[in-house]
Design a protein around this ligand. Structure first.
Ligand SMILES: Cc1cc2nc3c(=O)[nH]c(=O)nc-3n(C[C@H](O)[C@H](O)[C@H](O)COP(=O)(O)O)c2cc1C
Length: 353
């Protein structure tokens, strides 16, 4: 009997170790890792799947309030939906309370993400004013304590996404990166702006590069900010040697940006995206949104994407208004046909004003 339980015990240790090993993911590669930067109300399940299909290597959920998960809030739980096809995918959490953040790990781990990301970068006042997101950049000791505690309690790697500092007078990223590395995070993604900058000015990639090229830094560093064209992603990668580039707004209406970047990195020219392909992919996105959210919410969610899919097309305003006003799929479907017909004799470039 004793022998039997020792046998079962040893097997469970082997299984447990294997589980730990298999959950360790590599945030580096021989080439640049291209990630879809998390965006609330944008990088939902359907959009993430689309970006994956077009070459995004790594995905994050939208940020999810730890307290929402702990209260079983439907929308917070829905944001955690991931699929195997999306892997590697991380669940991004935010909050200012250590206990809440630790507690929510139980729900997070129930969906088996490849990593958990802590958002220490959101500048939006309803988040930052409560000390969450980039609000925590005002209290670095607390930020480090919470991060360390999440690392200790998480069964999957913990990463952090943050900004250069709270404001220009307190840019702390060089020191903060070392401190975060010391508390055990597996990767750091840096948006090259401060909290007070919000989205103004330009992302400071030089500052990101300095962290990456700090000889004391050995965790992977991903850069983020203002990449809207494939050549910019290649440029930042070549110039600063970051391990990964996260693309946010530049992927809205342009999930091809990942594929195009990979083509450039392989020495291939960018592929022309025709209007017909834009229509097809936008429609596919719409159908996936309806499938995921239901018709009512799916249609509302897509309103954030239409203009971006067809950006630059001449005379598109008439269609944009109709797309925004449509209330049912029955109204929308013929519109896609009309857009296709209208631009059918032109390629992408010709169709641009
Ligand atoms: C609408 C919107 C929502 C965002 N939501 C999140 C979020 O949930 N989590 C996060 O870490 N960053 C969020 N961000 C910041 C982006 O991930 C990214 O850091 C920022 O937009 C800069 O990168 P970009 O210039 O490539 O867009 C959001 C940005 C936008 C525009």
């Amino acid at each position: 009997m004793i022998q039997h339980s020792i046998f079962v015990w040893s097997i469970s240790i082997i299984v447990a170790n294997f589980a730990t090993l298999s959950s360790i993911m590599d945030f580096t590669s021989n080439s640049c890792i291209l990630g879809l930067s998390p965006m609330d109300d944008v990088t939902d399940f359907p959009f993430r799947s689309l970006c994956k299909e077009f070459g995004a290597d790594i995905l994050y959920t939208e940020f999810i309030a730890a307290e929402g998960l702990n209260h079983d809030a439907f929308k917070s739980k829905r944001k955690m939906t991931i699929s195997d096809a999306q892997r590697p995918v991380g669940v991004q959490i935010f909050g200012a309370d250590e206990k809440e953040l630790i507690k929510c790990l139980e729900s997070v781990e129930s969906v088996s993400p490849d990593f958990v990301d802590i958002n220490w970068g959101c500048p939006v006042s309803k988040v930052a004013s409560r000390g969450a997101g980039s609000g925590m950049l005002k209290d670095i000791p607390k930020l480090l304590k919470i991060t360390q505690s999440v690392v200790r309690h998480s069964s999957v790697p913990v990463t952090v996404k943050t900004r250069l500092g709270y404001d220009d007078d307190s840019r702390c990223i060089a020191t903060l990166a070392r401190q975060l590395q010391d508390v055990g995070i597996a990767m750091l993604a840096i948006h090259g702006r401060t909290k007070t900058q919000m989205y103004r000015g330009l992302a400071d990639w030089k500052a990101i590069g300095e962290v990456k090229n700090d000889p004391q830094i050995h965790i992977p560093i991903y850069g983020n900010g203002d990449i809207v064209e494939a050549r910019q992603a290649v440029g930042m990668y070549n110039r600063y040697g970051v391990d990964g580039v996260l693309i946010g707004r530049g992927a809205i209406g342009n999930p091809w940006i990942f594929e195009q970047t990979k083509r450039l990195m392989q020495g291939l020219p960018e592929r022309e995206i025709t209007v017909a392909e834009r229509v097809d992919v936008c429609l596919k996105h719409l159908l996936a949104s309806i499938d995921f959210f239901g018709e009512h919410t799916g249609l509302i969610v897509m309103k954030r994407h239409y203009a971006a899919y067809f950006k630059g097309l001449y005379n598109f305003k008439q269609f944009r208004t109709l797309l925004m006003e449509a209330r049912t799929m029955d109204e929308l479907m013929p519109l896609f046909d009309r857009i296709s017909d209208y631009y059918s004799d032109k390629d992408g470039r010709e169709a641009c004003s």
